[in-house]
Design a protein around this ligand. Structure first.
Ligand SMILES: [Zn+2]
Ligand SMILES: [Zn+2]
Length: 273
């Protein structure tokens, strides 16, 4: 099982860290977790053409995790074949895909005008809850709920197979269910969205900077919390992603290492973990 961080950023645009996306590959198949900004280009940089990818899992429906699903979907159709894109995600995923295909309808029909015998893009959607999701060759994929209220449900995923256990947190504050679900994994890829690095301007939705920082910190995991999560889960390696543009690698790894004796890796786009 090969795991590549395609995008390690979060909502603020950041050329160095594209939106959340992680590639999980076996010898036979590729699977993508989330479709943040820039995912199709990052996928290509990781050596996978968009039309060679047939499976996508979504952790939740926040825009930073699926803003480029439409780009991926239409790119693999324009460039490739009609192999269906198979999607798994929380309730609401089917509606999102239907609306995305509606939005692309004019483009799809215009392109079909000068193609021959070309069907429309096919997407199958499975709306999931906790539990087994699918198998990818020898790798079993399991979903578990995390804590990202008011987003309900939001999921993390665990991959077991090929002698490894790898967990991807999705967006969450420190979650007991994640800690249970990640127990004994080799690699925990966990979000670390430092709320103190956020920007604030009048009219942005919070009356003060302090209010915004408190609100973001309440549904994301902070640098001084993520090491405790990894220690309680008993994982070997902690990889940090979903990082703010102002977060520095040295600062993050020092914060995580205060509570976690294992290996800490600050994620970078295209890093294999
Ligand atoms: Zn996010
Ligand atoms: Zn989110």
């Amino acid at each position: 099982m090969r795991v590549v961080l395609l995008g390690t950023g979060c909502p603020p645009p950041n050329p160095a860290r594209r939106g959340p996306a992680t590639l999980v590959s076996t010898a036979a198949e590729h699977l993508l977790v989330d479709c943040g900004s820039g995912v199709a280009a990052r996928l290509l940089q990781a050596g996978v053409r968009a039309f060679d990818l047939h499976r996508v899992l979504l952790t939740h429906l926040h825009s930073d995790h699926l803003i480029d699903l439409g780009h991926l979907l239409i790119s693999r159709w324009i460039l490739g074949q009609n192999a269906p894109l198979r999607l798994w995600g929380p309730v609401g995923t089917r509606r999102h895909v239907e609306k995305t295909l509606d939005l692309l309808d004019w483009d799809i029909e215009m392109r079909r005008e000068h193609m021959e015998q070309r069907g429309r893009p096919e997407v199958t959607v499975t709306e999931i809850d906790e539990g087994p999701v699918l198998t990818l060759g020898e790798v079993r994929v399991t979903a578990f709920r995390v804590e990202h209220a008011p987003v309900e449900p939001a999921f993390g995923f665990r991959f077991d197979g090929g002698g490894r256990g790898v967990v991807i947190s999705g967006d969450t504050r420190p979650s007991d269910n994640l800690i249970r679900s990640a127990r004994g994994a080799d690699v925990l890829i966990h979000e670390c969205t430092d709320a103190t690095k956020t920007s604030w301007v009048p009219g942005c939705g919070w009356p003060t900077r302090e209010a915004k920082v408190a609100a973001l910190a309440a549904y994301h995991t902070q640098p001084d919390q993520v090491g405790k999560v990894a220690a309680r889960a008993g994982v070997t390696t902690l990889v940090l992603h979903h990082l703010m543009p102002g977060s520095g690698a040295a600062e993050l790894s020092a914060a995580a290492a205060r509570d976690f004796a294992g290996k800490v890796v600050v994620g970078e786009d295209l890093l294999e973990v």
